[in-house]
Ligand binder design. Structure first.
Ligand SMILES: [Zn+2]
Length: 372
């Protein structure tokens, strides 16, 4: 039996001079006492002495292993292969020896003084990996501020002008929305009050932002046929909020700059700004996240004694293509499998048609007329 030739091993390498990752072939056995890295140009070879290899600590994502050299050398090697990472742990006695254990403030000071490439590694590679964890760790005030900052950006970008799109508000309309939220809230479990924003825009859409913000478009208020239908849509958005879907989406979309801003405590400042609007408006969550938000909505509606079959009315109209003319694809209309959702909404209805309406007809009229 011949020894099978081992599979080639690869990692991502940043040389410390340029802010880019290169796919390198890793040869652990080519030279005794060294890890040999073959660069993609086919010629350059770098030897890293095993005794100088260090694991870069404080990684958010434990599915990858980031290696550097002892001292302040800025080069980094990222290894996603568990077997190789385990092997390196064996080969390198000093791998986990920490040369520093900085707190977050100190780390940022080091960061600002470090070589450009080290900063780039953190920004382009490590920080995005932290977005999901961060979404779960954000304090509720942080989520709230993040939601406010992103809302302002969305409003500005939808308006196309300097001032942004108009917000609608009226005492009667605002009170009616609060009445719907108050009816649903006892059956939810998130730590903040819902804050509604009505945008004077004809898109038939609604979406949630981090920290309990729900954005409704005037086009949706004009399209829905009953306050219970609207309550169903609000309950669905509450599901996204409780599951922290908007926070994850925002942090992923904001990318490194946004996440760094959060690490710096800059929840509402200028750093959390990039490329957010369209992605958040469309709110393309996974099918699983949408189904979970639907189930959540049905439970909340059942708790509140409201008919989930009214939500089915909305899905039916979406299927019929009656989606308005918003010009932007909307979160609600891009939901998959509307037919199945109609059936599920009807099946989940526990009221048997007997329920106390969520709004009086006068309240409903005031709400629908909230944008003049
Ligand atoms: Zn949804």
């Amino acid at each position: 039996m011949t020894e099978p030739s081992p599979d080639p091993l690869f990692g991502d390498f940043m040389d410390g001079d340029a802010a880019r990752l290169q796919r390198v072939r890793i040869l652990p056995d080519a030279r005794p006492g060294a890890l040999q890295l073959h660069l993609p140009d086919g010629e350059s070879v770098i030897d890293w002495p095993l005794s100088d290899l260090r694991l870069i600590p404080d990684q958010a994502d434990h599915s990858v292993c980031v290696l550097g050299l002892d001292g302040d050398h800025p080069a980094r090697l990222i290894i996603a292969d568990d077997a190789l990472a385990a092997r390196l742990r064996q080969l390198c006695p000093a791998l986990t020896r920490r040369h520093r254990d900085p707190g977050i403030v100190k780390r940022l000071m080091i960061l600002s003084a470090a070589a450009v490439s080290s900063v780039a590694l953190i920004i382009f590679v490590l920080v995005p990996l932290m977005a999901d964890q961060l979404a779960n760790l954000l304090p509720s005030e942080g989520e709230r501020a993040l939601g406010e900052a992103t809302f302002e950006q969305i409003r500005t970008s939808l308006g196309g002008g300097r001032l942004g799109i108009d917000l609608c508000s009226s005492p009667g309309g605002d009170r009616a929305l609060q009445t719907i939220a108050d009816r649903l809230k006892p059956y939810t479990d998130f730590p903040y009050d819902i804050r509604f924003h009505i945008l004077d825009h004809k898109m038939v859409n609604a979406f949630a932002l981090p920290g309990g913000h729900i954005v409704l478009f005037d086009g949706l208020l004009k399209d829905v046929q009953s306050p219970e239908e609207l309550a169903g849509i609000i309950a669905h958005e509450m599901g996204h909020i409780e599951h922290r879907d908007p926070s994850r989406l925002t942090l992923r979309s904001a990318g490194s700059i946004g996440v760094l801003g959060l690490l710096l405590g800059d929840f509402a400042g200028g750093t959390v700004v990039l490329f957010l609007s369209e992605r958040l408006i469309q709110a393309n969550y996974s099918r699983g996240a949408e189904a979970a938000a639907d189930r959540y909505a049905y439970e909340v509606l059942a708790g509140a004694g409201l008919p989930s079959s009214r939500m089915g009315d909305f899905f039916l109209r979406l299927m019929a293509g009656d989606e308005g003319d918003g010009g932007l694809s909307s979160h609600l209309s891009t939901h998959p499998e509307n037919r199945a959702r109609v059936d599920a909404a009807i099946a989940a209805d526990v009221t048997g048609g007997n329920y106390t309406p969520v709004l009086t007809s006068a309240e409903w009229a005031r709400l629908r007329g909230i944008c003049k």
